[in-house]
Design a protein around this ligand. Structure first.
Ligand SMILES: Nc1nc2c(ncn2[C@@H]2O[C@H](COP(=O)(O)OP(=O)(O)OP(=O)(O)O)[C@@H](O)[C@H]2O)c(=O)[nH]1
Ligand SMILES: [Mg+2]
Length: 694
């Protein structure tokens, strides 16, 4: 069945790992009548965690999509992974949703991934709320969790549902908006009833706060509320809708999904109050922070964005589509704006987890699936005609963890390559690249877990053994003083001989200037037509330095003199002479090794600040700054040699018990000497010996 824009809601469920998102998603599908019973994550049968890797590890790795029909609305829910390694599956759901609920474990309060997601949502201006879980546990505490939310995000959370009791005496929730109670019924759907006397006062206080929040939605409502101290039901609804869309309020819900509690009032809120695609826009920001927005409007010509690509064992390639304007019809044609190419749209589906349901059309605001399109890729824009829209791509973080890989058996290299292409298509935070300089295929992602899971999948599905090692660093070589050298290439072997003599002077250039070639020949000592040969030779010499065979940079090379032979000279002879002259000159120019220095940004809870700082100084890092970013999180900026950061995601994880995060980017090359340089030279020699043996 197809739903029109005004009847659609898109809600992403996100938050720190293990806060109960998948269990909640399962509960919502059960309470919404989609599945006959709610399974546990431990059973491996939930709708949200359905892939072999999720079932095996009992954590979410991929986003899942399913929908509930409630009060005539289609509510698309996304279950997302909590581990930061899989943030590439969270971001597309943020883009596709008009409302995000952050799950917070009622025992521990707001945890670091939730704080990071909050910052991400801030940058998207996305309406959001909280769902507090696990209050049936003895350690659960509703008030403390509310306080923690208040303090960490500097906002006033507004409870829409509150718990009745906690721990063993947890009985259910009170729906403050609709003024009724929902009682636990074991595994059966919760039962509606009157608010028990003992919770009447708490409910009344919460209702007062909710009405006051609703009044914030609109100046007229605020005036009336201040005047009369009350609002009517319709006004409360309207106020909440408006205040929420304007990010003025942050609703809070309570759910104990394993006991089917708190689900019905949340579904009602999602259907009635939560922002939906109607009257909103697709908002994205470019790298410069400029805002791009397109109204979500069914009356405009078709425009849709591919938010995700998956390969399903049974259904093949699936492209997840968010329709932003117009409507997308099955068995139709559209223009792939990103590729400037006609795209044949075959069958169209909605899905309940991995179960696909064929539909005829998808209206603006809805999310669905196109199957078996070979050419569609994540971030492609589909439109009716060119020149109207081209959506900004998803804004994903850069990979921070890299591993070099090769197939254990050389014959499997191609198969490995094919799989890596596909893995990168499915997850845009996963990259692979052949590094010609270090002769390695390097795969990178957001963390060790993500990489491990991808490698395990290769092993399981492709039956390929893959070897991994720490990637080699791309060092450079340069010189520190001027030097000159001459070289004569001369060979006399029957027939034509070879002759060329070159005199070079080399001098250091400022860092980053790479290379400059100056022809300072006067009077034709080397004829003009041989000069390109000389430059080729110099470049060959620079491609592998004399210290450890790394590329040479930041050198000025001046050809000052030479000699030629009218018969035996050739471009080749001058090339060989120049290459050798360069090498000879380099040896006399006090060469040095350069290593890449990275700009590192680390986010840590302040209790780990000291440990992270001292670890960085042990890694030859230079701290450039430190500041508090709120929520008890500190940001550290430092410059650190790349060689020290090759396993930083693992190190930081162990220092901060998995709570820290970081990003890195290349900044500049800096000289190294002493033992550090000696080790690099030794390792390079060992590597060349091994390559020669292979
Ligand atoms: N007591 C109690 N346990 C819960 C509740 N919600 C979830 N759990 C349990 O918490 C564990 C983690 O639940 P999941 O639903 O897998 O959590 P998640 O947030 O999806 O985890 P990731 O996908 O790894 O981020 C499971 O054992 C659930 O049964 C709750 O409200 N009360
Ligand atoms: Mg999960």
């Amino acid at each position: 069945m197809s739903y029109t824009t005004d009847l659609i809601k898109n809600v992403s469920i996100a938050g720190h790992g293990q806060t109960g998102k998948t269990t909640l998603f399962e509960g919502l599908l059960f309470a919404g009548g989609v599945i006959p019973r709610a399974e546990t994550v431990e059973s491996g049968k939930t709708v949200g965690d359905s892939t072999p890797e999720e079932i095996e590890r009992k954590i979410s790795i991929h986003a899942a999509l399913a929908h509930v029909e409630r009060k005539g609305k289609k509510i698309n829910f996304f279950d997302t992974p909590g581990s930061s390694d899989f943030v590439g599956d969270v971001i597309p759901t943020f883009r596709a949703s008009e409302f995000v609920v952050l799950a917070v474990d009622g025992r521990s309060g707001v945890q670091i991934e939730t704080i990071k997601l909050w910052r991400n949502l801030d940058g998207r201006e996305k309406p959001r709320g909280f769902i507090i879980t696990k209050l049936d546990d003895e350690r659960g505490n509703f008030q403390n969790t509310l306080e923690d939310i208040k303090e960490k995000f500097k906002i006033t959370p507004i409870p829409v549902t509150i718990p009745m009791g906690s721990g063993a005496s947890y009985q259910g929730v009170i729906d403050i908006l609709n003024e009724k109670a929902y009682f636990l019924q074991g595994g059966a759907p919760e039962k509606e009833g009157a608010i028990p006397e003992e919770f009447a006062a708490a409910a009344a206080a919460a209702r007062e706060a909710l009405i006051e929040a609703a009044a914030e939605g609109d100046d007229d409502l605020m005036e009336k509320y201040l005047d009369q101290g009350a609002l009517e039901a319709g006004e409360i609804r309207r106020g909440l809708v408006e205040a929420l869309a304007d990010h003025k309020i942050f609703p809070v819900f309570v759910a104990v999904a394993p006991k089917n509690s708190g689900l019905a009032p949340f579904l009602d809120f999602a259907a009635d109050i939560a922002p939906g695609p109607a009257n909103t826009q697709d908002v994205s920001m470019d790298a410069g922070g400029s805002r791009h927005e397109f109204p979500i409007d069914p009356a405009k010509p078709l425009a849709a964005l591919v938010i995700k690509t998956t390969y399903d064992q049974f259904s093949g390639k699936l492209s997840w589509i968010k329709v932003i304007q117009g409507k997308l019809a099955a068995e139709s044609e559209a223009l792939n704006i990103s590729e400037n190419k006609k795209e044949r749209i075959g069958k169209l589906y909605t899905c309940q987890g991995k179960k696909l349901e064929e539909i005829r059309e998808l209206y603006a605001g809805d999310v669905g699936i196109i199957s078996k399109s070979a050419s569609l890729r994540t971030n492609d824009t589909l439109a009716e005609a060119a020149g109207t829209v081209n959506f900004l791509p998803l804004r994903l973080p850069e990979p921070v963890h890299s591993v070099a890989v090769n197939a254990a058996a050389k014959k499997d290299d191609d198969k490995l390559g094919e799989f890596l292409v596909r893995a990168a298509e499915e997850d845009l935070t996963f990259r692979y690249q052949y590094n010609g300089e270090t002769h390695e295929t390097v795969i990178s992602g957001m963390g060790e877990l993500q990489i491990t899971i991808i490698l395990d999948k290769i092993k399981a599905n492709q039956k390929i053994e893959v070897e991994t090692h720490i990637p080699r660093v791309a060092y450079r070589e340069t010189i520190t003083r001027k030097a000159g050298a001459e070289y004569t290439h001369k060979k006399q072997t029957g027939g034509h001989g070879q002759y060329g003599k070159v005199l070079l002077e080399i001098a250091p250039l400022p860092r980053g200037e790479n290379y400059q070639f100056i022809n300072a020949i006067f009077g034709g000592a080397i004829p003009k037509n041989y000069i390109p040969g000389v430059e080729k030779g110099v470049l060959e010499g620079m491609s592998a330095g004399t210290m450890a065979g790394y590329p040479v940079v930041d050198v000025e090379v001046k050809v000052v003199d030479g000699k030629y032979h009218p018969v035996d000279s050739s471009e080749l002879a001058f090339k060989l002479a120049a290459r050798n002259a360069f090498r000879e000159a380099m040896r006399h120019a006090s060469p040095t090794l350069l290593e890449p220095i990275m700009n590192l940004t680390v986010f840590v809870e302040n209790k780990y600040l000291g440990d992270v700082m001292s670890d960085l100084s042990g890694k030859r890092g230079k701290i450039q700054g430190q500041s508090s970013v709120g929520g008890g999180i500190e940001e550290i900026k430092a410059q650190v040699p790349q060689a020290e950061l090759l396993r930083y995601s693992i190190d930081l994880r162990s220092i901060t018990s998995g709570t820290g995060s970081f990003s890195v980017e290349f900044d500049h090359y800096a000289p190294i000497s002493g033992k550090i340089a000696d080790d690099v030279i030794k390792a390079a020699q060992a590597f060349r010996v091994q390559e020669a043996e292979d």
